[in-house]
Design a binder for this molecule. Structure first.
Ligand code: WT7
Length: 651
């Protein structure tokens, strides 16, 4: 890595400004300090930028064998005092959240820090009135409305653990998440708006709750005025609950390592993993990374288009921005409604300074008339962000030329649900960007590449499996209820290191480019999907004997899914079967997991030990027929020809 000279005086200045990186030399020095003495580095950041009820006894307690990490042990705090209360004296009347509704003719909400404080406290009192205490799990199944952010913060206020489930998930997916962490209460809405459509969420809730014994109460927000069933004794309207409470709620005193939230992410095998994030470390890292990656300055308007149902929304719509006293935009709708100019219209309307979205959205919008972009004044933009999947060069250039007008740096931010915050990313105006490269690690993050034997690859100009060598404050602490799975998934592939599941390359100057998953997870439109749960869903169809699902490149979605299915009953009509299989996937996981292609085959390419060689299915589906690699270990190599014939039929 690049070097720079550091003197006593500049060291002192740096220590004062660790929290805010403003030049390349400054980044290089801070990065080096963070690597040489991570404990001192995080100690300084935590001490100077947050409000604590009691300071910690120990910065880091790391047990490699047990894969346990504790940050700021002994500290006492409440994250909502840091997100809200401490800003009230100076920023009470500043807008905390701008909420833009699905329908542009509906009135937007500008929620000041004062109003946010009162809404969060009221919601916290509603939770308390409904018997929720510190440590209870609260499931939140809401569309992108202010109540979602408010409920998340209300949970944190009273020390309840929020588990937000994306409101596009099906009843089965919702039920399994509720049951895994035994949530006591569910906060939901009657329905949601999605473009021109109204979706009924309450019917999904009712179906899910048939199998959720732990839920005692459902609080329902009336968003779309649907005529829904309210189950007596279980379901209550939020408006009515709010009418009983006042807007003062003392924040619960939390330990640094008390659980803040659970968020589910797909695993490459079996059921989703409930990633557990804890209070102090998550707070420190989400705030620090937000500040630097977006170069947020007072009075800027920041907008992240993600849903709060994903980690991006947790860290970079709610916690990171509010911890920095920022103004954060929350958008209920979709980029295509009322037309493909909606994102750009919103940027003009609020004079957005930092805009953070996903490559899949960029590619979809780039496919429409450029007039949708050029109609709007985008001159307020300073920084553009990308997240969720590799951004291809064409999309990067389109974003840079047409949205940033070549003057707003693009931050290609690599991270995961498990990492809690952005790990590898340019710092705008500091790190020179390079298309398709996430570039350099943030201070405190120590990435490394390993070869297939588990040896670290030294030097630059290489590729391998991406691991992180040293803990950082917002690393997920465990998989809820299954620490062994956490150890096995993240800490057993390479000794003593966190394995990300991604492959990456490092160029001649040390910049990282993430090349994609090296496990059985596929990123479709930025959504992380495990192939195993999809196969399990397909196998539930009575006509199916066995199946294998893989990802293949797709122009808009990044990856799309293909299923190879062996039938028990060959007589069934294939068109109908394809529809039925997708319907099962949709109901068990959600519409995002539907297959673009379904191939019916008589067998799958398996090794002698019975393992499906998904690599072959992937290559064939990617139209790389010549490059299938070694097929000599296959039990029946003729299956490959059949697979090729079936795939060619749809190419
Ligand atoms: C996986 C994590 C991080 C929030 C959204 C997704 C892929 C994420 C990038 C990027 C290339 C990326 C990785 C990662 N990914 N960001 N900038 N470049 N790939 O969170 O659902 O936990 O998915 O998303 O494969 O492992 P997630």
């Amino acid at each position: 890595m690049l070097e720079s000279n550091i003197t006593e005086k500049s060291l002192k200045e740096l220590t004062e400004s660790y929290y805010s990186i403003d030049s390349l030399a400054n980044y290089i020095d801070i990065y080096r300090i963070s690597k040489e003495d991570p404990v001192d580095f995080w100690n300084t950041i935590a001490e100077r930028n947050f409000s604590w009820r009691k300071k910690w006894d120990n910065v880091l307690n790391w047990n490699k064998e047990e894969a346990t990490v504790k940050w700021f042990e002994g500290a006492k705090l409440n994250i909502t005092e840091n997100c809200i209360d401490r800003h009230l004296a100076t920023k009470g009347n500043q807008t905390a959240i701008i909420w833009e509704p699905n329908d542009p003719s509906e009135e937007a909400q500008h929620i000041t820090y004062n109003e946010l404080s009162s809404r969060v406290n009221k919601m916290a009192n509603v939770l308390k009135n409904n018997g929720i205490k510190k440590g209870d799990r609260v499931c939140v199944y809401l569309p992108m409305i202010p109540e979602l952010a408010v409920t998340v913060l209300a949970c944190a206020r009273i020390g309840a653990i929020h588990s937000v489930v994306f409101a596009g998930f099906s009843a089965t997916a919702l039920a399994s998440r509720i049951n895994d962490s035994e949530c006591k209460i569910l906060i939901a809405a009657d329905g949601s708006y999605r473009g021109a459509k109204k979706l009924n969420l309450k019917s999904i809730v009712d179906e899910a709750l048939e199998e959720c014994p732990s839920i005692e109460t459902v609080i329902v927000f009336n968003r779309v005025n649907l005529d829904i069933d309210m189950k007596a004794g279980r379901d209550r309207w939020l408006d009515k609950e709010l009418s009983y409470v006042d807007d003062v709620c003392e924040a619960e005193e939390m330990d640094a390592e008390d659980e803040l939230f659970i968020l589910y992410t797909s695993g490459s095998t079996g059921k989703p993993k409930g990633m557990v994030h804890t209070t102090a470390g998550y707070m420190v890292y989400s705030a620090f990374s937000f500040k630097n990656v977006f170069q947020y300055k007072d009075n800027d308007i920041y907008w992240c288009t993600a849903d709060i149902g994903w980690i991006t929304g947790h860290s970079y719509i709610v916690y990171g921005p509010l911890l920095n006293g920022a103004t954060t935009v929350m958008f209920e709708g979709v980029p295509s409604y009322p037309d493909y100019g909606r994102f750009w219209e919103i940027i003009e309307k609020y004079k957005v300074n930092q805009f953070y979205t996903a490559p899949t959205a960029i590619r979809a919008l780039a496919n429409h008339d450029i007039a949708f972009v050029n109609k709007y004044d985008l001159s307020s933009l300073k920084v553009l962000g990308s997240v969720g999947e590799p951004i291809n060069e064409e999309a990067w250039n389109w974003y840079n030329d047409n949205i940033g007008k070549k003057k707003s740096p693009i931050v290609d931010t690599w991270w995961q649900t498990e990492t809690g915050g952005i790990m590898i990313s340019p710092i705008p105006f500091v790190t020179p960007t390079k298309p398709t490269f996430a570039t350099l690690p943030l201070p405190g993050i120590q990435p490394t590449l390993l070869d297939s034997d588990g040896n670290e690859i030294e030097g630059n100009g290489c590729s391998g499996r991406l691991c992180i060598k040293y803990p950082w404050p917002s690393i997920a602490r465990t998989v809820y209820g299954d620490h062994q799975r956490y150890k096995d998934t993240y800490f057993s592939a390479f000794e003593g290191m966190y394995f990300t599941g991604d492959g990456a390359l490092r160029d001649e100057v040390g910049y990282y480019r993430i090349t994609g998953r090296v496990d059985d997870v596929v990123i479709v439109s930025g959504h992380n999907l495990g192939t195993a749960p999809i196969e399990n869903a397909i196998n539930e169809h009575p006509a199916v004997a066995e199946s294998a699902v893989i990802g293949f490149p797709h122009d808009i979605k990044g990856n799309a899914l293909a299923g190879f299915v062996i039938l028990k009953d060959e007589s069934r009509d294939h068109d109908n079967l394809q529809k039925e299989i997708n319907a099962i996937i949709s109901s068990q996981i959600g519409p995002i997991a539907k297959l673009d292609r379904i191939h019916f085959v008589s067998g799958l390419p398996k090794t002698r030990s019975g393992k499906i060689m998904r690599r072959i299915l992937r290559k064939v589906s990617s139209n790389e027929m010549e490059n299938l690699g070694d097929t000599s270990t296959l039990l029946d190599p003729t299956i490959v020809d059949e697979v090729i014939t079936e795939v060619k039929a749809v190419l």
